[in-house]
Design a protein around this ligand. Structure first.
Ligand SMILES: O=C(O)c1cccc(O)c1O
Length: 555
């Protein structure tokens, strides 16, 4: 038994609770083993900029009229310094939280490195998040600033910011990337003469990442420079990145997968080039692969399927592409087998989580392993346990709950004492909620999930969060949200709803609209709503989500 994890003070939220972090003996071990190098994100970028100032770090198509922009390492480095200075002049500094909700544009990297250098913490929102999620992030973290695009995907983020600002007493600044900042300040107007900033402590929290989650409100994940930079280094090695690598960032840039597996940050770690892809559709991504010589990218399974279908008939030259990472949800064997023939590249499966643990198939694994497993962990110090419902270890080959602990897996969610007591064992293993089995070679096979979540083509939906929104409707007596099979997404969401007797009878469309108007991200709105008189129950009278899921599967 190890001593309880020491606490890390988290100033923004009232109350005595401090988020658990690695106990001293683990931290010492990870440093002694060389996993934690004591390098901050600020230093990581600076040393690359000094080593190869003129190499291109990031490319996008977000210049005037959709034109190409390319920033060298020296330029990105200087931009981060100048933006940090401008943010500091506006009173933003160490420990402050800043909600970052940007699409795939070069400024995403400028903003996060500026915040890293200040010691201010990005809170990574996704472009799909709406008022419900953003207001929650702002109030829960006490965020002082919010960074948005002007308009993205036809949605006006300035209008959203106006609403959020009115509801978030601590929010003081909204910065807008794009041509029309409206009532707010353009991010382009913020940069100032750089001042010398002290380097940050590599063991401190650098940012708050979002959990896929299964709870009523999203959980925030505190990642340190030390632990995350290690995961970047490990990922870059496993994916064979070097200075000639060109990574296409297709999924939303702030998501843990395109951020770190190996993602944009892993690519910068290796001195390569990040190409920001504004949309994942083949007709947008394929020309970028051709014109920018993209060598590696990462997709969720539904997108991989769309690319596999589109590639054979495509006029674009995809021959530069060496590696396609697929993760976020389970990839069907059939699809996995088609990757090489359709796209002419090597498949690498990745099974990861924003809480830490990331597993990859290796580039030299035999083809059958690559098709049928989700890989093995990055680190020799990643501890994996597969246990039964009583936390007893199971023999290799038996499916059970995945627990994990290691040099880049958190010991607790940010400011979530009750949840942490359930989500971690006493000795610091994270209960992933995934059901896996280990092969004799040490590869993981994901067999399912015990947590109450829907994995909608890689987008994770916490059932409880959606149920709470449904329950807010006056005509809803009770609601249960479960996954049902979808041929394209793998899973979609279905809400089983019991109407409240004596109230106005609400229909499925009206209920979907109600949830959307409460400001929930569109991907969380139930795909299907079924009205029922009662829910199936288990032997002890608990609602049986298993039976509800079976209903959906047979519908
Ligand atoms: O969260 C995920 O699903 C995920 C998938 C692949 C790689 C990652 O790092 C992830 O966080």
């Amino acid at each position: 038994m190890t001593a309880p994890a020491p606490a890390r003070p988290d100033a923004a939220v009232p109350g005595p609770y401090t988020t658990p972090t690695w106990p001293a003996e683990f931290a010492e071990r990870y440093r002694a083993a060389g996993w934690w190098e004591g390098v901050t994100f600020g230093t990581m970028l600076r040393t690359r900029a000094e080593a190869h100032p003129d190499r291109v770090a990031v490319v996008d198509r977000a210049g005037p009229g959709g034109t190409r922009r390319a920033w060298t390492y020296a330029e990105l480095d200087l931009r981060a310094d100048r933006l940090a200075a401008g943010l500091a002049a506006r009173g933003i500094g160490a420990g402050d939280k800043v909600v970052v909700q940007l699409p795939n544009v070069a400024e995403f990297l400028e903003v996060v490195f500026a915040l890293f250098r200040l010691g201010a913490l990005p809170v990574f929102a996704l472009p799909a998040h709406r008022e419900s999620e953003i207001s929650y992030f702002c109030s829960f973290t006490g965020a002082v600033a919010y960074v948005i695009p002007d308009v993205h995907g036809g949605f006006d983020h300035r209008a959203l910011a106006t609403t959020v600002l009115a509801r978030s007493p601590e929010l003081r600044h909204v910065f807008v990337v794009g041509e029309d900042a409206g009532a707010f300040e353009a991010l382009a107007d913020v940069p100032a003469e750089p001042a010398d900033l002290p380097d940050r402590d590599p063991s401190e929290t650098a940012f708050l990442q979002l959990s896929g989650g299964s709870t009523g409100v999203p959980k925030l994940i505190p990642r340190t420079h030390d632990d995350y930079v290690y995961s970047l280094r490990g990922s870059a090695e496993i994916c064979a990145l070097d200075e000639d690598s060109v990574y296409l960032c297709v999924l939303p840039a702030a998501h843990n997968f395109p951020l770190s597996s190996p993602g944009s940050l892993g690519t910068l770690y290796a001195g390569g080039r990040v190409v920001m892809c504004p949309q994942p559709a083949p007709d947008v991504a394929f020309p970028l692969i051709q014109d920018e010589g993209v060598t590696i990218t990462g997709l969720v399974p539904p997108l991989a399927l769309a690319w596999i279908d589109a590639a054979p008939g495509s006029a674009y030259d995809l021959s530069a592409l060496d590696v396609l990472l697929v993760g976020g949800a389970k990839l069907a064997d059939e699809a996995a087998r088609r990757v090489r023939r359709a796209l002419g590249c090597t498949l690498q499966q990745v099974f990861g989580m924003a809480e830490g643990l990331v597993c990859y198939t290796r580039l030299d694994d035999d083809p059958e392993t690559v098709v049928t497993t989700q890989g093995r962990p990055i680190s020799p110090d990643d501890e994996i346990r597969v246990v039964d419902d009583e936390d007893e270890d199971l023999p290799v080959g038996t499916t059970g709950h995945l627990l994990t602990r290691g040099p880049y897996t958190i010991r607790g969610y940010w400011n979530a004492p009750e949840h942490n007591a359930r989500a971690f064992t006493e000795d610091g293993f994270y209960r992933t909620g995934d059901l896996v089995r280990l092969t004799p070679s040490g590869h993981l096979v994901v067999e399912g999930r015990a947590k109450d979540q829907i994995n909608r083509g890689g987008e994770k939906i916490a059932a409880e969060e959606v149920e709470n929104h449904l329950l807010a409707h006056p005509s809803v007596h009770d609601a249960n949200v479960v996954a049902e099979p979808d041929p394209y997404l793998g899973e979609r969401s279905c809400a089983y709803v019991i109407r409240r007797p004596g109230t106005e009878e609400v229909g499925a469309l009206a209920l979907k609209r109600f949830v959307r108007e409460r400001g929930l991200a569109a991907y969380k709105v139930p795909d299907r709503i079924v009205f029922v008189d009662a829910f199936p129950t288990t032997g002890v009278g608990k609602i049986s989500k298993k039976d509800l899921r079976a209903e959906g599967a047979n519908a």
